[in-house]
Design a protein around this ligand. Structure first.
Ligand SMILES: Cc1cc2nc3c(=O)[nH]c(=O)nc-3n(C[C@H](O)[C@H](O)[C@H](O)COP(=O)(O)OP(=O)(O)OC[C@H]3O[C@@H](n4cnc5c(N)ncnc54)[C@H](O)[C@@H]3O)c2cc1C
Ligand SMILES: *[C@@H]1O[C@H](CO)[C@@H](O)[C@H](O)[C@H]1NC(C)=O
Length: 472
């Protein structure tokens, strides 16, 4: 890693340079985060930047490069750009080489029958707020290693957290062996199938069928380059093409100077029940969706190694009534609070905005007012998240229910919406600007501080003989 000094003496661990944030004033607030996805990792980085003492618990045993295409909008790029590395760079410098470059070609939008409807130009790059589209696992490795190796934030792997608890003065996690850990606040960044959500809501919130599923794949461009019909998508750098039909859309991009390919096909599916990234898909099912379509679509998809094909059932959740437990010390963040449809292209970005915001709320409120901080976090984020979530449906419907006669008159109407209120947002400046007013409002009784915590399940907690598994 860039900041470690691999000592010649292999018997002692390599020395680590101090975190680039080691000089920030400490708040004394202890934060436990469950989940090392983008939401949890970002919250950890931001809490560390704001001077909190933070640790992560994650169920996976080791880091694996999983998933395929993921989008980070300019509103996430601002955040990545602020993260200093210990070799004097920025985290964004490491994501850039892994990211799709569309300055030359833009986004070609076709009708499903093959006609090119429009070319949507890529906006000029804003160095303050870069956009990143690339492999979820590759981006994830960059951020994960930054947290672990450069910031030195403890990440406890192989810890599947099922039990949360909360008292008036602490929140915590308990483990199967009866041990437990506590903190001032617990952040449940444990994804769409969150267990933390049960404590926060007081009931299990079941996902609903969205009526759609997505076939998706990511693989090397070798066969694409060998075919004269498809070579052009890879041989001159990255390209991005979409075909839009009734209730279906197909997006195909090439990445890393055309050396990798990725496609997603969103289509009707009534069998969706599970939220998972890992169902294997079958090419013959994909071909069925393409009957009557531009033959190029089938040709592109036919290059996919079948073991790289995933069938991902898209489920939906209504907005949760609250992200913060009644006691105020357990808070949901990222997908656990608000899963997004892929057509918003904002799921991971909104998880990042959450992390930025909660860290600022905690610092501003201080250790004695953690419950106000979590409520302020919800107050600042809730409406914006719901509005951005909605764009997942509106963009999907814009495409799936397109009136092609109207589109012929106004081709721009089919462009992927890039709205400034979403992409131009600076979560850090926004939270810093609002937090004092929101805290004052909360103190003035909208949500009284004295609200009694909901009774929590009696787990081994409280047995004073048990030792926490970590000390702090
Ligand atoms: C394996 C995987 C692949 C994905 N691939 C893509 C993709 O290709 N494209 C895309 O747009 N989005 C993908 N996503 C989703 C995307 O990462 C999220 O929508 C977004 O980044 C918000 O992140 P999050 O941190 O809130 O949730 P997630 O990314 O889901 O992270 C949640 C984390 O919590 C951990 N966790 C869950 N339950 C527990 C528990 N009980 N105890 C401890 N830890 C727990 C999970 O292992 C995971 O690391 C993927 C998610 C995962 C987990
Ligand atoms: C991109 O690939 C082309 C060949 O396909 C090559 O000529 C060019 O040098 C590559 N560019 C970079 C930056 O690697």
């Amino acid at each position: 890693m860039p900041c470690t000094d691999p000592s010649l003496d292999t018997s002692s661990p390599p020395k680590r340079n101090p975190s680039p944030y080691s000089n920030v004033t400490k708040t004394g607030i202890k934060v436990i985060i469950v989940g090392a996805g983008f939401g949890g990792l970002c919250a950890a980085i931001e809490c560390h930047r704001q001077g909190h003492n933070v640790e992560i618990y994650e169920k996976f045993e080791e880091l694996k490069v999983l998933g395929d295409i993921i989008s980070f909008g300019a509103n996430a790029g601002r955040t990545f750009r602020r993260w200093k590395t210990c070799d004097g760079e920025r985290a964004s410098d490491r994501l850039s080489p892994l990211s799709i470059k569309l300055q030359d070609h833009g986004f070609n939008i076709h009708k499903w029958t093959g006609e090119l409807v429009m070319n949507q130009k890529t906006p000029p790059a804003n160095p303050e707020a870069p956009v990143f589209n690339g492999h979820r696992g590759e981006f994830h490795s960059v951020v994960f290693n930054y947290v672990k190796d450069e910031l030195g934030i403890p990440i406890h792997l192989g810890q599947r957290i099922e039990e949360y608890f909360e008292t008036a003065t602490e929140a915590g996690l308990s483990f199967n062996d009866g041990s437990f850990v506590t903190a001032d606040v617990v952040i449940g960044a444990d994804g769409v199938r969150s267990k933390a959500r049960e404590l926060v809501l007081g009931y299990e919130d079941k996902p609903k069928s969205s009526g759609y599923a997505v076939f998706r794949a990511w693989f090397p461009s070798t066969d694409m380059l060998a075919d004269p019909e498809t070579r052009r998508f890879c041989e001159n750098g990255d390209t991005f093409n979409g075909w839009i039909g009734p209730d279906v859309h197909f997006l195909f991009s090439t990445i890393k100077n055309g050396t990798d390919c990725c496609w997603v096909l969103t289509h009707r599916d009534s069998h969706d029940i599970e939220e998972s990234w890992s169902f294997p898909g079958r090419l013959e099912d994909v071909y069925k969706v393409f009957e009557g379509w531009d033959p190029l679509c089938k040709r592109i998809v036919s290059k996919t190694p079948e073991d790289k094909l995933v069938d991902w059932k898209l489920v939906y959740r209504d907005p949760l009534p609250q992200w913060v437990s009644d006691g105020g010390r357990t808070v949901l963040l990222g997908d656990s609070a608000h899963p997004f449809l892929p057509t918003s292209a904002q799921g991971a970005t909104q998880a990042l905005e959450d992390g930025v915001t909660i860290a600022i709320c905690l610092r501003s409120a201080g250790k004695d007012r953690v419950q106000s901080a979590t409520r302020a976090f919800q107050e600042i984020r809730y409406d914006r998240v719901r509005d951005v979530q909605k764009t997942g449906e509106t963009t999907r419907d814009l495409w799936h229910k397109a009136d092609w006669d109207k589109v012929a008159e106004n081709p721009e109407s089919i462009a992927f919406p890039r709205e400034d209120w979403i992409h131009g947002h600076d979560a850090e400046a926004h939270a810093e600007g609002l937090i004092q007013a929101v805290l004052t409002q909360l103190t003035n009784g909208k949500h009284p501080e004295s609200k009694a915590p909901r009774e929590f399940k009696e787990t081994p907690i409280g047995k004073a003989t048990l030792e926490p598994v970590t000390s702090y």
